[in-house]
Ligand binder design. Structure first.
Ligand SMILES: Nc1ncnc2c1ncn2[C@@H]1O[C@H](COP(=O)(O)OP(=O)(O)OP(=O)(O)O)[C@@H](O)[C@H]1O
Length: 278
């Protein structure tokens, strides 16, 4: 098989499409039992275009997961604006995937993947067929009737990915989905998901601590600053797709981007140590 070329010609199509997720001046604070207020989000602004793959990196506790919870509609907006397809969040087809697979150990892999369709009332035969196709795309053909405990960690995460994707979400929110996997399995999952994304071009917002992962997968990398979280920098990833993950890390552009994002994070950490953070 010929390896895809690495080139500087970015696929910018997605940036020219209308924004389907808009976050403006989003602020969030919590107050503890003694009445002490902590600002968690300090005015987040972002826009995701249809079919765009955007990653968010930032120091631990800066509010990345909290931001995803606002976009999915799990948290009610206190101050600012969040819109998905021009409406308040919670109405569109949004898929969520976390670091822990969350598969039910008593259900087979197929039954786990079918769960969302089952709740939506999809007939059994259609559920089974769609789950089979999705599991095949995730490289799990033949494991439909196994239980999660019979699969490796990477296979379980692939099943969790199938469960998220089977509902054909328009927007996929991912919170460190490959963070708990060993290095080799992680790259395998990244390649698998990149292949899926190349075929389906969904809008993805992907939270990760792994800068290489963010660059390898994304069209754009957003850097969040230490609490109260807000976007402090944005980097386009002008690498053509499909990307060759084996060669990517030796590409000058990849390494330059890595250095620049790392410098943003280091600057932010230093600012925090000089007093913005307790
Ligand atoms: N409802 C809440 N009540 C109290 N504190 C909260 C609430 N939601 C978030 N926080 C706090 O806000 C901060 C940001 O949390 P969040 O999980 O969003 O950060 P994160 O950037 O995803 O962190 P990590 O990278 O470590 O996963 C944390 O200190 C968390 O304890």
């Amino acid at each position: 098989m010929t390896k895809p070329a690495l080139s500087l010609a970015a696929d910018r199509d997605s940036r020219e499409r209308p924004a389907i997720v808009t976050v403006e001046s989003l602020r969030f604070a919590v107050t503890d039992r003694r009445g002490r207020r902590t600002d968690i989000l300090g005015g987040v602004d972002l826009a995701l275009s249809d079919g765009e793959f955007v990653s968010i990196v930032g120091p631990s506790g800066c509010g990345k997961s909290t931001l995803l919870n606002f976009i999915s509609g799990l948290l009610p907006v206190q101050a600012g604006r969040v819109e998905v397809f021009g409406k308040p969040p919670g109405s569109g087809r949004v898929g969520f995937m976390f670091q822990s697979h969350g598969l039910m150990p008593w259900r087979t892999i197929s039954a786990n993947v079918e769960l969302g369709l089952e709740i939506a009332g999809t007939p059994r035969a259609e559920r089974r067929e769609r789950a089979g196709a999705m599991l095949a795309e995730m490289g799990l053909r033949g494991f439909e009737d196994h239980f999660p405990g019979e699969l490796s960690g990477g296979m379980r995460q692939r099943a969790a990915l199938a469960r998220t994707l089977i509902a054909d979400p328009d927007i996929i929110l991912m919170d460190e989905p490959f963070g708990a996997l060993d290095a080799q399995t992680k790259v395998f999952m990244q390649e698998l998901f990149a292949r899926y994304w190349n075929n389906h071009r969904k809008t993805v917002l992907f939270v990760t601590h792994d800068l290489s992962e963010a660059i390898a997968l994304s069209d754009r990398v957003l850097v969040m600053g230490a609490r109260p979280g807000r976007i402090i920098a944005e980097h386009d990833v002008p690498l053509a797709r499909p990307r060759d993950f084996d060669r990517l890390r030796s590409h000058t552009l990849f390494n330059d981007l890595y250095e620049r994002i790392w410098a943003d994070l280091r600057r932010e950490a230093s600012a925090g140590m000089r007093g913005r953070e307790p």
